[in-house]
Design a protein around this ligand. Structure first.
Ligand SMILES: [Zn+2]
Length: 202
């Protein structure tokens, strides 16, 4: 039987990672499931092998197996080795920062087809307000394989619901033509009115 997909989406500071960690914890504690947490190595947010939430009220941090963001297939042997070690199926594979993962759609589909539940958290939009990686494509898998999409909410400093991740460089809005993934950049969630993108063509 194929697995189900739980998708956790929203802008930064919407507690996506905290929500992912909470779901892992309850699956482990109450459903007695083995949940394998994976993390793409392009993630610069936490220390090696850990997924860390910025929300200090939540579970905080959890051990994760890292794989190269441009090759998620390298994580399949980790799943197989884990199953060998624990002597049973890994019931659920959880993936943080899904927007960074190349082949995310095919990789997720493969896990679902092989009977694993999958939980993915990540950003749907990049700093330009455009689809980020393959996150938006996963909604097809939710509809087809069953599961759910949870939209986490963040707020702009004006109090309105934030839709976009505003990238700031030295306190100023980053230009449209700056790179999609930049090390050490700073973001804040902004509403439609306060999202600024200098050099946007349309
Ligand atoms: Zn605003």
């Amino acid at each position: 039987m194929p697995g189900k997909l739980e998708l956790i989406v929203g802008p930064m500071r919407s507690n996506k990672t905290a929500e992912l960690l909470r779901r892992i914890e309850i699956r482990r504690a109450y459903a007695k499931q083995h949940v394998l947490l994976l993390k793409p190595s392009a993630d610069t947010k936490s220390a090696c092998g850990l997924v860390e939430s910025r929300n200090h009220n939540g579970c905080g941090k959890m051990e994760a197996a890292e794989f190269p963001a441009n090759n998620p297939w390298a994580a399949l042997p980790i799943v197989a080795a884990t199953e060998q070690r624990i002597g049973k199926r890994v019931e659920c594979v959880a993936l943080d920062e899904g927007q960074f993962v190349t082949d995310l759609f095919c990789f997720t589909k493969r896990l679902l087809d092989s009977g694993h539940d999958v939980m993915v958290s990540g950003l749907e939009l990049d700093f330009r307000g455009m689809p980020f990686g393959e996150m938006l494509n996963l909604s097809w898998l939710v509809r087809t394989y069953a599961g759910n999409i949870t939209e986490m909410v963040a707020y702009c400093s004006c109090g309105a619901k934030a839709l976009y991740p505003q990238r700031l460089v030295e306190g100023r809005p980053a230009a449209y033509d700056s790179p999609i993934i930049a090390a050490g950049d700073f973001y804040e969630p902004r509403c439609e009115e306060h999202f600024i993108l200098p050099g946007r063509p349309h």
